[in-house]
Ligand binder design. Structure first.
Ligand code: NCD
Length: 309
């Protein structure tokens, strides 16, 4: 039962609970009219202390399509955080108005802290370079829909693996599925953090390799997860400029990949996937964004305990 639960990082839900959400998301996609009123009278607070388009709109669309309502802010400059209010106080206040809170914050650990002060479920929509569990639900549902199974896959992560929270969350989640093999493709400055590779993968016995060359490994992959270099988490602009175009996926590289490989990207993309790849049937990133809305509908109706039978 997910009723009343918070989602701070992917490990908060069991594989079985995630499977339930995926099945529910598929039911919602198949017959959305059955779910159109289930959140009537419920309020979702969206507290976005960091920019977002997809995640915030996707949560708002999800809540509105369930018949619920949203309130919140998309710019911390317009909230009392600008006056120096603590996160704990903002969250306590929002929890007294709303039935659930979705929060994005630039500080690692902010969502965990919020969940401790909130009397209603808190969903982490990204805490700094740490985790982004609803993007992971989106990614896993997309893999399940397009590949049929989440097990026994070789998944390549390419780009900014150091600061990319979507990578950290998805790698952690995939480590729980049998037969997972991970390939990390990045410049040496942007490799995945040790707490993911040694702390989680090595401990769980999940095979992984690290490389600088996308060409060398693309032919081995079932899923290629491209990421943006996270400019906002760099300490200086020169490093960002030097590293930002390290990998650009174009038709020539796609020609080296398997015919059933899928390309995912949490979006927004900057330069890392050339527009010419969008027409390739293996490009799945826009479908992925749509699955994100359905899985968020499944999540919201579950944690609010209003799923119609
Ligand atoms: C990602 C994020 O915010 O971490 N975007 C998203 O939520 N869809 C990835 C990114 O910003 O690069």
């Amino acid at each position: 039962m997910l009723k009343g639960r918070s989602l701070v990082e992917p490990g908060n839900f069991s594989i079985g609970e995630m499977e339930e959400l995926f099945s529910l998301a598929e039911r919602i996609e198949g017959e959305p009219e059955r779910f159109g009123e289930c959140c009537r009278g419920k309020l979702l607070a969206t507290l976005f202390f960091e920019p977002s388009t997809r995640t915030r709109l996707s949560f708002e669309a999800a809540m509105l399509r369930l018949g619920g309502s949203c309130l919140g802010f998309a710019d911390p400059g317009s909230s009392s955080a600008a006056k120096g209010e603590s996160l704990a106080d903002t969250v306590r206040m929002a929890a007294s108005y709303a039935d659930a809170i979705v929060m994005r914050n630039p500080k690692e650990g902010a969502a965990l802290l919020a969940s401790r002060y909130s009397g209603v479920p808190v969903i982490n929509a990204g805490d700094g370079g740490h985790h982004h569990p609803t993007q992971t639900l989106t990614d896993l549902l997309t893999i399940r829909r397009l590949r049929g199974d989440i097990r026994n896959l070789t998944v390549g992560f390419c780009g900014d693996l150091k600061f990319g929270r979507t990578v950290h969350s998805l790698a952690k989640a995939l480590a729980r599925y049998s037969g997972t093999h991970l390939v990390f493709i990045s410049p040496p400055e942007l490799t995945a953090p040790d707490y993911i590779t040694q702390g989680i993968l090595s401990k769980a016995g999940v095979p992984y390799q690290e490389t600088g060359s996308l060409e060398e490994v693309i032919g081995d992959l079932d899923v290629l997860y491209m990421t943006r270099v996270q400019r906002e988490r760099f300490f200086n602009e020169e490093d960002y400029i030097r590293l930002k175009d390290s990998y650009i996926l174009k038709a020539d590289k796609m020609a080296l990949a398997r015919s059933n490989m899928i390309v995912l990207h949490p979006l927004p993309r900057v330069n890392e996937i050339a527009v010419e790849v969008d027409d390739d049937p293996r490009a799945a990133y826009f479908r992925q964004a749509k699955y994100g809305m359905y899985v968020r509908m499944a999540l919201l109706s579950s944690i609010l305990g209003v799923v119609p039978c």
